[in-house]
Write a protein that binds this ligand. Structure first.
Ligand code: GLU
Length: 419
């Protein structure tokens, strides 16, 4: 049986606690979210019927600052998934050293079966119901799977209506016309590219000519594909929920990008030239003999059942939790270099931090400034994680977790336990 996502995260916390001799009390605190809210969210459907969805907001830790993390709309979302994702956000913010704690939200729903008006009603009602625990200095949501800038615009509007004034810093990942930051949409994919280029460099390899397979062609996978393509890497396989395409000579990334950027909710199977592409299924894509594999879809894609079949030397985790803890141990034994999610995909929350700061200051930066600051933070945290992994002879995941648990423990110790 595949280890659950939440069990994987808890096991990683336990292993790290042992490794850094973490205080037992702090260990217990990090194993349990600080606050959880489950809400039954009713909406009137377009046909007049009432439907009730279940939504969650989990705040894992506010030890290092206001809680921060996205909101996910997915049929498989449940409380344990949101707990796991909230904990990863705390560790991610600590590795990047941005002054946030970790949170996550989600609604169990199939957003593809809802109209835009229904999604807007669902979003605003959900936000109204979690309003008692969120806020610009309390907990700041952002996009995640199947939510985007438009969703964040609706959230900003709902909170602003309650407050009787425009509240920009309640949410990040907003549209540019509503106080969003330049570079935020591309930030997670850009961070994945920066981590890929950096890990290749540390291993003495050149991004030019490097072969890459990417699972997931949404906001993260597509941007990482485009930026790596611009670096001269050969993107040989991509996939999304609808289709997977493979070309050993490298796929036509500009044409695929043009397609996803011009379509509303694009699915790769609807690409006009898809009949001419070689298709590939999910398991074969993950097992491809490429230099770099980028899982950028959902959690638990690589696990004890298929980790042995992975041929890539390097995995850069664009998604949150794409490798189970059991799967990770198998990859470690094989010598696969894994750049862990809490480092590899932190570009999104780093630029969310910039957006939050810009909103508070009502002063907005140019894209070059955003990208330069992102690169600085990303390369410095990569360096910390890389150096510690060499020094302690542990995986990059272990060293990233050691760094973040250590930082969280310091914050908890300095604050003291209330009361
Ligand atoms: N959902 C993204 C993540 O998993 C971004 C979170 C944020 O910007 O707050 O990192």
């Amino acid at each position: 049986m595949v280890q659950s996502f939440y069990d994987s995260v808890l096991e990683q916390i336990d292993v790290t606690a042992e490794r850094i001799s973490l205080d037992k009390g702090v260990h217990k605190m990090l194993r349990q979210p600080e606050r959880e809210l489950t809400v039954g969210v009713p909406i009137e459907k377009d046909d007049g019927d009432i439907e009730v969805f279940t939504g969650y907001r989990v705040q894992h830790s506010g030890a290092r600052g206001p809680c921060k993390g996205g909101i996910r709309y997915h049929p498989a979302t449940d409380l344990d998934e949101v707990r796991a994702l909230a904990a990863l956000m705390s560790f991610k913010c600590a590795v990047a050293n941005v002054p946030f704690g970790g949170a996550k939200g989600g609604i169990t729903c199939d957003p593809t079966g809802l109209s835009n008006k229904e999604l807007q009603r669902l979003t605003k009602r959900y936000i109204a119901m979690i309003l008692p625990i969120i806020g610009p200095r309390r907990d700041i949501p952002a996009p995640d799977v199947f939510t985007d800038a438009q969703t964040m615009g609706w959230i900003m509007d709902a909170v602003s209506m309650y407050e009787g004034k425009t509240v920009l810093d309640i949410v990040t990942g907003k549209p540019l016309d509503l106080g969003g930051s330049l570079g935020r949409r591309e930030a997670t994919g850009r961070g994945v590219m920066l981590n890929t280029v950096e890990v290749l460099d540390r291993l003495g390899k050149d991004p030019k000519g490097t072969t890459v397979a990417i699972q997931g062609f949404g906001n993260v996978g597509s941007v990482a594909a485009q930026l790596l393509h611009e670096k001269g890497s050969k993107i040989v396989a991509i996939s999304d929920v609808s289709a997977g395409y493979y070309d050993p000579d490298g796929l036509d990334i500009p044409s695929l990008m043009n397609f996803v950027e011009t379509e509303d909710r694009p699915l790769l199977c609807n690409h006009p030239e898809c009949q001419g592409f070689n298709t590939i299924d999910n398991d074969s894509l993950l097992a491809l003999d490429v230099d770099v594999l980028i899982p950028a879809a959902l959690e638990n894609q690589v696990h004890s059942g298929n980790a042995d079949s992975i041929s890539a030397d390097i995995i850069v985790e664009g998604a949150n939790g794409p490798i189970s803890k059991n799967g990770d141990s198998i990859l470690n034994e094989k010598g696969t270099t894994v750049v862990p999610d809490i480092l590899a995909n932190s570009g999104g929350v780093i630029v969310s931090y910039f957006e939050w700061v810009q909103g508070i200051q009502s002063f907005f930066w140019g894209v070059d400034e955003v990208n330069a600051n992102l690169k600085n933070i990303m390369l410095s945290s990569f360096n910390d994680v890389w150096e510690l992994s060499k020094e302690k002879d542990v995986s990059m995941r272990d060293s990233a977790f050691m760094i973040s648990l250590d930082k969280m423990a310091k914050a908890i110790e300095l604050r003291g336990i209330f009361p």
